[in-house]
Write a protein that binds this ligand. Structure first.
Ligand code: BES
Ligand code: MN
Ligand code: ZN
Length: 493
């Protein structure tokens, strides 16, 4: 899908279809008013007939409207004006794109960015529109013989005043960069686990590096053995797929600037290992690499945005499989940090690969380290599918991430990481156990990670409930790429 700007007003620019918004109670947006006046009251007349969409996301396609340059008018409901926020604009945009696709339109003039929202500038809204439109046309159909034929809309044009043209074009470019990052994350998440293997993630990282001029290094098992990553390797040990430790670096800042390090859990399939998971919806454990996918997607977005910041992405990636040489419950492993871990449940594998990657992160002398992981079912119980769990011992870093969550609309909620929970990780035979029982399961997982992050500022995002959707709408969401990108953008200022 292409986006562009055209100088002029919505009533005078030629197009196959002009898209305008109306609020509840027949209240028109500025663009809808312009079209209405130019067409001698065509929209108001539709309102009197009771045809205007009153609900947000409702649509009315009108043809034969005279007095304007567009062949058709698509009217989109925005709901109550005082209740409209960025999320609502995105909802209306998705509805419009769907209706346009169904109507066979190949291009449309979009005026939905002319709504005025309390905290957002027009430039911000344009970015919201671009992201929502890209979301509406996203498909994971590369493995289908017959593609779904519901997306013919190929171009969206924004009408602009001359003075605004370059700032709107900038907003489009940044929206596209973010959408490209999200799409990569979604695509990787949705790919099946027999294709999206650790090696596949490594070659994807190499591709990104080549295309965007980043530095990439992929450590193999041998190197991980030399680094004494006994915890990570214990998870991988029964898999036929070799483990990889991917290090992808973007240098947009000064050479001396300490990097932000992003660490993403990359379990390309989580069977649970010997502590085998039940069969229900086990296919969804292909999404257990969504943390890794979000790190790669964020680096891609950051590179395309050209942010003035240094970012290092670290992705420990392997499968968690049962087998004759698998790690057993009761095995004690030694992590790269030297701390020993009693593996009481092989299904708590995410923390076992992350702890070694977090120790490895120390060598970059990071400004901050954020790990992103589909870490615990307990986080889904605590926060559902709305908020990602944010855990940090650093109030300032947590504040920055929560602020980024607000500006991006990518919700996160802070959870505690307190020493009182650490007791649940006590082992009689090793420095710690890898599980802390059912109470506060997402918190004890974060507490486990905190034992490996003492030497830098650290935050942890548990995205088990937000990285993908189940059911008929099954698919990766691309979260938390918007949050991470907003965080890095704010830091790059
Ligand atoms: N990848 C899972 C967490 C998960 C489960 C995410 C379901 C999304 C949906 C993780 O590796 C895991 O299995 N965690 C266990 C930990 C437990 C054994 C302490 C869990 O959450 O049950
Ligand atoms: Mn698991
Ligand atoms: Zn897992």
């Amino acid at each position: 899908m292409e986006f562009s700007t055209k100088a002029g007003t919505p009533d005078r620019i030629k197009s196959g279809c002009v898209v305008v918004g109306v609020y509840a109670d027949r209240k028109l947006t500025p663009a809808a008013s312009l079209v209405d006046v130019a067409s001698n009251g065509a929209i108001a007349a539709a309102g009197r007939r009771g045809d205007l969409p009153s609900k947000r996301g409702g649509v009315l396609m009108m043809s034969g409207v005279t007095g304007i340059a567009a062949e058709r008018v698509l009217i989109v409901g925005l709901g109550k004006q005082e209740e409209l926020k960025a999320k609502g604009v995105a909802e209306a945009v998705r509805a419009a794109v769907k209706a346009l696709g169904a109507s066979g339109a190949s291009s449309a003039l979009f005026t939905l960015a002319d709504v005025s929202l309390p905290d957002l500038s027009t430039v911000d809204v344009v970015r919201v529109v671009v992201l929502a439109a890209r979301e509406a046309v996203f498909r994971s159909d590369e493995l289908k013989s017959q593609k779904d034929e519901d997306g013919t809309l190929a171009r969206i044009v924004f009408p602009v005043e001359k003075a605004q043209a370059s700032s709107i074009a900038g907003a489009i470019a940044s929206g596209v960069a973010l959408a490209n990052g999200c799409d990569l994350t979604k695509r990787l998440g949705n790919l099946p686990p027999n294709i999206c293997t650790p090696s596949y993630l490594a070659s994807t990282a190499k591709q990104i590096a080549k295309e965007w001029d980043l530095k990439v290094e992929v450590l193999e098992r041998k190197q991980m053995e030399q680094l004494r990553m006994g915890s990570f390797l214990a998870v991988s040990q029964s898999s036929a797929e070799p483990p990889k430790l991917i290090v992808l670096s973007y240098s947009g800042g000064k050479a001396k600037d300490a990097p932000v390090v992003l660490v993403g859990k990359g379990i390309t399939f989580d069977t649970g290992g010997i502590s085998l998971k039940p069969g229900d919806a086990m296919d969804e454990m292909k999404y257990d690499m969504c943390g890794a996918g979000s790190v790669l997607g964020t680096l891609r977005a950051v590179a395309e945005l050209g942010l003035k910041i240094n970012v290092v992405g670290i992705v420990p990636t392997c499968e968690n499989m049962p087998g004759g040489d698998a790690t057993r419950p009761g095995d004690i492993v030694t992590s790269m940090s030297g701390q020993t871990i009693e593996v009481l449940n092989t299904d708590a594998e995410g923390r076992l690969i992350l702890c070694d990657a977090l120790t490895y992160a120390e060598r970059f002398k990071p400004a901050a380290v954020i790990d992103i992981a589909t870490l615990t079912g307990a986080c889904v119980i605590a926060l559902g599918h709305v908020n990602s769990g944010l855990f940090s011992t650093d109030d300032e870093l947590a504040g920055e991430l929560l602020a980024a969550s607000k500006t991006s609309g990518d919700a996160a909620w802070r959870m505690p990481v307190e020493d009182d929970y650490q007791e649940q990780l006590k082992s009689n035979f090793a420095d710690m156990a890898n599980i802390g029982g059912r109470p506060g399961g997402s918190i004890t997982a974060a507490c486990f990670l905190s034992r490996y992050t003492k030497n830098y500022r650290w935050a942890h995002l548990d995205i088990a409930g937000t990285a993908w959707k189940s059911g008929v709408a099954k698919g990766a969401t691309g979260r938390p790429v918007p949050l991470l990108t907003a965080f890095l953008e704010a830091r790059a200022q």
